[in-house]
Design a protein around this ligand. Sequence first.
Ligand code: C2E
Ligand code: MG
Ligand code: MG
Ligand code: MG
Length: 285
Amino acid sequence: GRAGKALFEAQRVGRGKIITHGGFYASPAAVRDGLRNGEFFLLFQAVIDLATGVAIGAEALVRWQHPTRGLVSPAEFIPLCEASGSIVVLGQWVVRESIAEAANWRRLRRWEHEEVSVSINASARELASTGYGEFVLAECATAGLPPAQVCIEVTETDFGTDAAVVRANIRVLRGAGVLISMDDFGTGHSSLSRLTEIDLDVIKIDQSFVAVIDTQLDSPVADLTIKLAAALDLQVVAEGVETEAQAQWLRERGCLLAQGYLYSRPVAADEFVARFLVQPSSTRP
Ligand code: C2E
Ligand code: MG
Ligand code: MG
Ligand code: MG
């Protein structure tokens, strides 16, 4: 199965062999070098309140400006980092940087929604590491960011292995007020019963179920997810909103939060701040 394949790849990496057509570039040593050389950076995509158009937070999305490969997408290198184990050291960097940025936003923000949060993607391997929850909380303490302004995004597939450690980390995080979000909902290998077993705060509707709203003018899966979130008393965020028609459709069905190119692409922290957090008072809504 998939787990077996990942383990096999990790073992091959461990022996220093090339694992995929992508090559050896995401090995732990390569990622450490990349971090040291400042090759990784974060972009932030605003999470928008559909009723007001105001940003209530942003999702951190990592990029790798690789010396020979150029700008590499996380869709390419994150799976390699997961296979090689380098996701743990990269993930620590992502957590630290994201929390430091959000602590900065807290100081900069000059208008309503004082409590702007940062969403951080966690991989199965990170979530299954003992002490991950404590690490996130320690970074919050160092940066001076209330844990309630951090949201950790997990996926359904993260619950396949080491479920006890994953649950312990989630318990530590939620106990301190960190929000837990189920990313890409509906695309994993899960059941509805699993959803009720995990302590969640947010469900994110995968962008594939938002994309169909334009062509089919309906999305049964998005509709069901909104209803499910309401029934479980969870917040719901729609991903990949690109058109006003999609936003309208979501609003009409009670989905209150969204991300997507309609509002903002992922942008550098400075641009997120300028566009969403420190609007001059003359342009206040
Ligand atoms: P995700 O967490 O589901 O993030 C949403 C992806 O959709 C992002 O791709 C974002 O740029 C893209 N997106 C946002 N709005 C739109 C839209 O309106 N239209 C379209 N077509 N796309 C949109 P990105 O940045 O390439 O990231 C891909 C995936 O890589 C993420 O999916 C996440 O699973 C993973 N990833 C990114 N950063 C990290 C990280 O720091 N750690 C971990 N573990 N995974 C990460
Ligand atoms: Mg995400
Ligand atoms: Mg997603
Ligand atoms: Mg994802």
